[in-house]
Ligand binder design. Structure first.
Ligand SMILES: [Zn+2]
Length: 104
């Protein structure tokens, strides 16, 4: 994906948002991100999920879906705390970057 380094924080927060609601698995998240205009490959998303789990933001477990198994990720209390902090930062940044430039 173009500008991936710059946008990867948004992707992580998007992951954390869904993980804090109903939980997610890799392919679902790839499709969800695609709907929002982020083209993220499994080779990018899976290492991202693993690293977020290693850092304590997510916890995963294997669930059976028909014949296949998938790894479902949910946010930990630490992840939910980080998301709440990020929500303030997103709002603050939005006001700074988007609203002001829209006004001028
Ligand atoms: Zn979403």
């Amino acid at each position: 994906m173009k500008h991936q380094d710059l946008l990867s924080g948004f992707i992580r927060l998007h992951v954390l948002h869904h993980a804090s609601e109903e939980g997610l698995y890799g392919q679902w998240m790839i499709d969800e991100l695609a709907q929002h205009g982020y083209r993220v490959s499994p080779g990018t998303l899976y290492p991202m999920l693993h690293s977020m789990e290693r850092k304590g933001y997510l916890v995963s477990r294997t669930e059976r879906a028909g014949r296949t198994q998938r790894r479902v990720y949910r946010a930990t209390p630490y992840g939910i705390e980080a998301l709440a902090l990020a929500q303030e930062k997103i709002l603050e940044l939005f006001h700074e970057v988007v609203s002001k430039s829209a006004r001028s």
